[in-house]
Write a protein that binds this ligand. Sequence first.
Ligand SMILES: [Zn+2]
Length: 84
Amino acid sequence: MSNKCEQKYPCPFEDCPRGYTNPRALKEHLRSTRGAGYDDEHPQGHGIWQELDEKEYLKVGAYLILLTVADCAENWRPHSRREG
Ligand SMILES: [Zn+2]
């Protein structure tokens, strides 16, 4: 994989190259993917979906619970504490 860690909010699925600059866009990506019936990059039954559900990541108002932050910690530098 290339430079997902450069994205502030990379998709937690390792096969997915997408990354976003705000948590709303990332959540919308995940929600729409699941809503459309999953795909090869986000397979149904993948453990990440379960983790997301457990963390209530996909619910409105649940922000900033990022599975990948630990992996990206060295490169992850928040530009701002506010996300609007
Ligand atoms: Zn994705």
